[in-house]
Every structure is written in C-alpha cells, then in structure tokens.
Design a protein around this ligand. Structure first.
Ligand code: SGN
Ligand code: CA
Length: 560
C-alpha cells in the first residue's frame, strides 16, 4: 500500500487545532480539497515565477502567488508531450501504451480506472470544467462542463450535465467562461464533502486568440529571442531537421499570425489556415470584430508595407506569435486570481491543495520552433506549482524528477485513498516538506508515438536523468510509419492522415530512421551538442542505454 495511513488522522487533528474561518468549519469531512488547474500548452518559460527573461516582461502575478505560497517543481515532465495522452496519463497514473492513448486521435482504454472514480467512491464531490479532449465521457465526475474537442476561444460550445449531456454554445471568452463554471461548481457543491475540481483551460492553445481587452497588451514590448532561435540542428538527426514546427516556415500567416491578406490558395495548407481563421472570426460579435480589426488591421497594413524578408520576417513572426500567446496567458492569470479570491472569501484556502500545471511544455521560439512533442526540454518539461500550506512551506522548490503519471497517486494519497498497485506514478506528498526520499526515482521514461501527423515529429523514446538525456528516434518514414490504428479506415487518426495527405503536408522523402542522441544537460542545457558516439562518452552512453532498456522491458514497450 503506497498510502500514508496516518494522513487522515494527521489532517483531522491539524484541523482541530487550528482556528479556522467560520465557513471552513462547516465542512465536516476535513480531508483536503483539490483544485487542479491545467492550461493547454502553457510553457514554464512564460510563468514569471520560473524566471525567464520573456516572463519578466509579461509577469503572471496570480500564478506566481502559488509559487511564493507553495512549492515550485523545477523538474516536472510529461511522459508523452501531447494533449490527450497527457490527460490520459493524469487520469490513470499510467504511461500511454498502458492507458491506450498514445496518439492524439486515438481513444483511451476506458476499462482503466480514473483517479476521480476512486475519489468519488471515497466521498469526494468531483467536477471538471474546460478542455477534456478524451474520446470518452468524463468518468468519476459528479459534474462536468466540457468543451467540444479543442474548444473555441470566442463563444465556445460546452457539453454539460446542466444541459442533459448536450452541447450548447455560450456567450463569452473561453477562459472567463471556464472560470465562471468552476466557481458555479464550487458554489453548488455538496458542502459536506471535500471536493476535487479540475479546471482545464483552453488557452493558450494555438491559434492564440486574445481576449478583447488584452488585444493591445505588449504592443510596445520587444521580447528577447531565445538563445537557440537560430539553431541549425547541425549535430542532430533528421527528426530535428524535418519537422513542421518552425516559426519561419510552419507558422501560418493567416491562422496563426492573423494577417488575413497573406493567403496563398495554391497551398492547401494556406487554404486550410485561411478557412480556419475566417471560421473563428465569424464567431465574434460585430463589436468584438470591430475591436479585433482595430488592432490587427493597421498592424497588418504596416507589415505588408514593410515587405520584410529573411531574418526580419522571421523575427516579426516571433514577436507577434509571442505577443498573442502572452495575451492569452494574461487572461489565464486573471482566472487563477479569481479562483484564489473565491477560495479565500469562502475560507477554503488553507484546506485546498491547489495545483497549477500544463498538459505539456511548449516552444517559445527555442530551436526556432512553436508546438511541442519532442523530448527536448522546453516541450518535455512542464510548469508545476503546488500550494498547500498545511504541508508545504511557501517559496520552496524541488529538483526531484516528477512526471504527470504522479498526479493520480498524489491526489489519492492526499485523500487517504489506497493507490492501486498498477498505477505507475508515485505520490508527490513525500516531497512536500522539501526533502527527497532516498529511493526517489533517478530517471524518467518518455515516449512519443504520434507520427505521421501534424508537425511531422518522428517517433522517439528515451530516458532523462538529472544530468543526461538519451533519445532514440525510430520508425519508417511517411505513411509507412503509420501504425494499424492510423491505417484503419474510419478511425479519427486515419481521417487526420487523409486530410494532411490531401493538403500535401508530407515531404516527398521521409527516411526510415533508427538513431540516438545524447545530451549533457549540465554542460549543454540548451541541447545543441549531440554527444552520441563521441569519444569519451562510451561509459555514460552504456549506462543510459541500460536504463532505457530496463524501462522497455519492465514496461513491456512494444515498439522502439
Ligand atoms: C491542433 C493544432 C496543432 C497542435 C495539435 C495538438 N493545429 O491540431 O498545432 O499540435 O492541435 O495540440 S490547429 O491548426 O488546429 O490549431 S494538443 O495540445 O491538443 O496536443
Ligand atoms: Ca496541449
């Protein structure tokens, strides 16, 4: 049994000793509440508590409060850097190949237990609002109010048990609506029970459409380029060179950068991008559309007049990409502020474990990229902040290696519920006091499967220790690299593949690959210098290979 059996007792006696706010005393069951806030694609580089130069120019004071009053995890990672796989790992505590959600368009194995089912059975009042993105009904929730697939920024459609499970369009901006529904859940919850509420923001997912009031925010700020912006991938294999994530080429002028004039209908991708933005703009009210045009039209006209080329053009794209992204983050930061204010007002702040995280990392121009998927740091690593004053001292941080499979065991542990033996993750509670148990893990396993699809990131798996990273890129190129699910007609994956193929998305030649990369994160934190096969690295390579093979055998990995 992985659970701390004295926990309930400890919490009950701690609660009995402290002088709580009147409203809090009304909660008879003193087990901690859980508020899990997860944004979609929020990079740690854009949270000011993590200290990057970009974030200092666009601070996130409310999210930072969770760090100054809680713990900042500096080595938090995902096991597969993609939305649905990450969410499936969070719900089940299992790696992708175990929970069935290896690809974006694949369905999770619904026979697997979700931690919310166990919390619910143990007497928790459970809710989820926002992006769900799994192709099954929310399991283990008293209440759900979830977006349709990726969801829309403006006037999105939600499915809810408030609407008898039907979809309805609502008026408003996604981040605000999700916050509103989260607070409604808290207001209406069964106050005799502890709650577990998952708030899953859509923002700041592509195509980064800011809230109206923030359209002009950061207009005059020039954001510094990341050191690796002009990476030439010279020490790396084909996967780093043949992706479609570059700001220079893959970021779409219309959909992503909102320059409506810059379509090129001879390119199927540009047609798609144009239609996509027009669809989004078609959702705006006339007033919102006027505010939108008042911001983007003069900017676009100036851009067209400037006729930028080469680096100047790429850097313009970077600035505009990052401005829109950070504007979306501003609304998310407001949302965190509202939720904290609500908990404070209700006297719930001390007995609620508040988690802030993302479904994966995101490139803010590092290596010249946007999106994620790769095992390189900015995609593999996620922000993670936990505030729980009963056990965590404010302003602390940890470098323990943690992963999204750890959430399910942590929440069960906090609730005093036994953690099922098959869950792969490990409760983070032993880290809360700032120490690290002797037997804490010394490496992490990662596996990305989603090829051939959007962004063309090749399949790879690997291990990361506190200092080194070994990555193995593998698989046949092009459609030959598709697995059975992708090939089966009628599957969502196959439809995605067919659509991309029709848009000439795949390069004429995509070689079959089978190669490794090795990085020393201490001497080369930006992962520019692949050391694999270099003299002097034989011993560490063999050690990491043994570690990787150990995972593959123990976890019964069936492809690599
Ligand atoms: C969409 C985006 C991609 C993104 C995936 C996955 N394209 O397909 O850029 O990688 O989602 O994102 S878009 O043109 O539709 O915006 S994830 O966060 O759901 O994994
Ligand atoms: Ca995501």
């Amino acid at each position: 049994m992985k659970v701390n059996s004295t926990l309930n007792l400890m919490l009950c006696s701690a609660a009995a000793l402290c002088s709580c706010a009147p409203k809090q005393q009304a909660q008879q069951d003193e087990r901690p509440n859980i508020l899990y806030i997860m944004c979609d694609d929020h990079s740690y580089q854009t949270i000011s508590a993590y200290g990057s130069a970009v974030s200092q120019l666009a601070p996130t004071p409310n999210i930072d409060r969770l760090a100054s009053e809680g713990m900042r995890f500096d080595c938090a990672f995902v096991e597969n850097s993609l939305s649905a796989p990450s969410r499936a790992a969070c719900m089940t505590g299992l790696y992708s190949h175990q929970n069935g959600q290896r690809h974006l368009a694949e369905g999770i194995d619904t026979t697997k237990t979700f931690f919310t089912e166990l919390l619910h059975d143990a007497g928790y009042n459970t809710g989820i609002v926002g992006k769900w993105h799994l192709m099954c009904e929310p399991k283990g929730f008293d209440y759900y109010h979830i977006l349709d697939d990726q969801g829309k920024y403006y006037h999105p459609t939600f499915k809810s048990n408030d609407f008898n499970g039907e979809y309805r369009q609502e008026q408003g901006y996604a981040t605000q609506l999700i916050t509103k529904h989260a607070i409604e859940f808290l207001d209406r919850r069964d106050k005799k029970k502890p709650f577990c509420l998952m708030v899953h923001h859509k923002a700041p997912h592509r195509n980064w459409m800011p809230e109206q009031k923030y359209l002009n925010l950061y207009d005059s700020v020039q954001f510094p380029l990341p050191e690796t912006f002009y990476d030439d991938y010279s020490t790396r294999g084909v996967a780093a060179r043949q992706q479609k994530m570059s700001i220079a080429d893959a970021l779409e002028m219309v959909q992503d950068l909102k320059v409506t004039q810059c379509y090129d209908f001879t390119r199927a991708e540009s047609r798609f991008s144009y239609n996509s933005l027009m669809g989004e703009l078609g959702r705006l009210t006339p007033e919102e559309r006027a505010a939108w045009d008042a911001h983007y039209s003069p900017r676009n006209e100036a851009f067209i007049k400037a006729n930028l080329k080469g680096k100047a053009l790429t850097e313009w794209k970077y600035q505009e990409y990052i401005r829109d992204y950070l504007r979306c983050i501003k609304s998310v930061d407001d949302s965190v502020g509202e939720l904290l204010a609500y908990l404070e007002k209700e006297g719930l702040l001390d007995n609620t474990v508040i988690v802030y995280t993302s479904d994966q990392g995101f490139w803010m121009g590092e290596h010249g990229w946007f999106d994620k998927r790769m095992m390189y740091e900015e995609s593999f690593r996620t922000p993670l902040l936990i505030r729980y004053p009963k056990q965590i001292q404010g302003g602390t941080h940890t470098d323990a290696l943690v992963q999204n499979i750890d959430f399910a065991p942590t929440f069960l542990n906090l609730a005093g519920v036994e953690v099922p033996a098959q869950m792969e993750g490990r409760s983070l509670m032993p880290l809360f006091d700032g120490s690290k148990p002797e037997d804490w893990r010394t490496s992490l396993y990662y596996h990305y499967y989603d090829y051939p699809t959007f962004h063309l990131v090749r399949r790879h798996d690997g291990v990361r220790t506190t200092r080194y990273k070994l990555i193995h890129f593998y698989g046949m190129g092009g459609y030959a690299g598709a697995d059975a699910d992708m090939r089966r007609e009628g599957t969502r994956e196959n439809r995605v593949y067919q659509m991309l193929n029709a848009a000439n998305y795949f390069p004429a030649t995509s070689p079959d690959i089978n190669y490794n990369e090795l990085y020393d994160l201490q001497t080369d934190p930006h992962e520019l210098n692949n050391l694999y096969g270099k003299p002097g690295y034989e011993k560490i390579t063999a050690e990491l290979q043994r570690e990787l093979d150990g995972y593959r055998i123990r976890l019964k990995i069936d492809e690599y």
